[in-house]
Design a protein around this ligand. Structure first.
Ligand code: CUA
Length: 340
C-alpha cells in the first residue's frame, strides 16, 4: 500500500508540475504579465491574487479528494472502514467561514482596484482620444489636436489618456493589456476609461469581443512616444497631403480621385476631393507601420498586393476588389506610400 500511495503521489505531483510549468515559463512574454502602467499593474495584482486563491482551493480540494479515495478505498473487508460521524460544529464553522473570508477579501480588493483604475488623473484636462470600432479596423480621433488616423494609436508617455470609445456597427472591445483596462465598444453609446504608458514602446492589443469574420484581424497597436516625439507626430498628422511628385504618384492621385476604383467614395485624404468616411482616413497612410489593421507590414509591395485583391489578403473585409489594372495598382500604391 505504501508503495502504491507513493507512486500515486509522485504521478499527481508530476501532473501538477506539467500543468503549472508552461504558464510559469512563458508568463514573462504574455502582455498581461508585463504591465507598463500603474493601472495595468493594479489589474495584474488583483488577477494574481484571484488566481492564487483559486489554485489553493482547487488543489486543496483535489488533494483531499484523492487522499480520501485512496485512504478509504474498498479492501474487500471491514479493514479501513472510517468512523461514521453525524455533524461536527467546529468543522462546519471552519468550512463556512474560510470561503466567506476569501470571497469578502476578493470583493474588497475588486472595489479598491476599480476605484484606482477608474480614477481620473490628478490635475488638468487629460488628452482625449475618441476610438470608433469598425468591422474590422480602428478609427482614432484626437479632437483637441484635429488629428484623425487609423489602426495605430499614438500616445505620449507619462500622460493619462482619456479614451472615449464607441462603435460604428457591432460590439467591439478595446484591450491593450499592458496599458490599462479592457472595455466594450457599443454602437450608440460612449464608454470611457483611462490609458497610460510609463515607457515608450509599441504595445499590442486586439479586439476582445467577437465581431464577425475578421475579428481576429482587428489588431490594436499602441505606439507610446516621448512627449516630444508625440508632438512631432501630431504636427505631421495635422498637415494636409502635399501634391505628389510627377510620374507614378501623380497618376496614382488622379486614379484615386476619379478612377474606376472609386477609392475617394470611401476614403478621405485631407487636402484633396477624397472625402469618403466608410473606410480609414488615408491622409498619412504612408507613415503607418501596418496595413489592414495589422494584417500586412506597410511596404510598397504589400500595398500593391492589397490593392490588387483586398479580399484575398483579408477575406470578407469591407473593401471590395477595386478591379484595378496593373498600372493603376502601381500608380496608386506609389501615391499612397508617399503620403507620409
Ligand atoms: Cu472587433 Cu472583434
Amino acid at each position: 500500500m505504501g508503495r502504491r500511495r507513493g507512486i500515486t503521489l509522485a504521478l499527481g505531483g508530476l501532473a501538477l508540475a506539467a500543468l503549472l510549468w508552461p504558464p510559469a515559463a512563458s508568463a514573462a512574454g504574455v502582455p498581461v504579465f508585463a504591465p507598463v502602467s500603474g493601472r495595468a499593474s493594479d489589474i495584474l495584482h488583483l488577477f494574481i491574487y484571484v488566481i492564487v486563491l483559486s489554485l489553493i482551493v482547487f488543489f486543496g480540494t483535489e488533494a483531499a479528494l484523492f487522499y480520501f479515495v485512496f485512504r478509504f478505498r474498498d479492501r474487500g473487508n471491514q479493514e479501513g472502514e472510517p468512523e461514521q460521524i453525524a455533524g461536527n460544529r467546529r468543522l462546519e464553522m471552519i468550512w463556512t467561514a474560510v470561503p466567506a473570508i476569501m470571497l469578502i477579501s476578493v470583493f474588497v480588493w475588486v472595489v479598491v482596484a476599480m476605484r484606482q483604475i477608474g480614477a481620473p488623473p490628478a490635475g488638468g484636462d487629460p488628452l482625449t482620444v475618441e476610438v470608433i470600432g469598425h468591422q474590422w479596423w480602428w478609427e482614432y480621433r484626437y479632437p483637441d489636436q484635429g488629428v484623425v488616423t487609423a489602426n495605430e494609436l499614438h500616445i505620449p508617455t507619462g500622460e493619462t489618456i482619456h479614451m472615449k470609445i464607441t462603435s460604428a456597427d457591432v460590439i467591439h472591445d478595446f484591450w491593450a493589456p499592458q496599458l490599462g483596462r479592457k472595455m466594450d465598444m457599443i454602437p450608440g453609446q460612449i464608454n470611457e476609461f483611462y490609458l497610460h504608458a510609463d515607457q515608450p514602446g509599441t504595445y499590442d492589443g486586439t479586439c476582445a469581443e467577437y465581431c464577425g469574420a475578421q475579428h481576429a484581424w482587428m489588431r490594436i497597436r499602441v505606439i507610446a512616444q516621448t512627449p516630444a516625439q508625440f508632438n512631432a507626430w501630431v504636427a505631421q498628422q495635422r498637415q494636409q497631403a502635399p501634391p505628389p511628385p510627377a510620374g507614378d504618384a501623380a497618376r496614382g492621385e488622379q486614379d484615386f480621385l476619379t478612377g474606376e476604383g472609386n477609392c475617394a467614395s470611401c476614403h478621405t485624404i485631407a487636402g484633396t476631393d477624397a472625402k469618403g468616411t466608410v473606410g480609414p482616413d488615408l491622409t498619412h497612410v504612408g507613415s503607418r507601420e501596418t496595413l489592414a489593421s495589422g494584417v500586412l507590414t506597410n511596404t510598397p509591395a504589400n500595398m500593391r498586393n492589397w490593392l490588387t485583391d483586398p479580399q484575398a489578403v483579408k477575406p470578407d473585409n469591407r473593401m471590395p476588389n477595386p478591379q484595378l489594372t496593373n498600372q493603376e495598382v502601381i500608380d496608386i500604391a506609389a501615391y499612397l506610400e508617399g503620403l507620409k
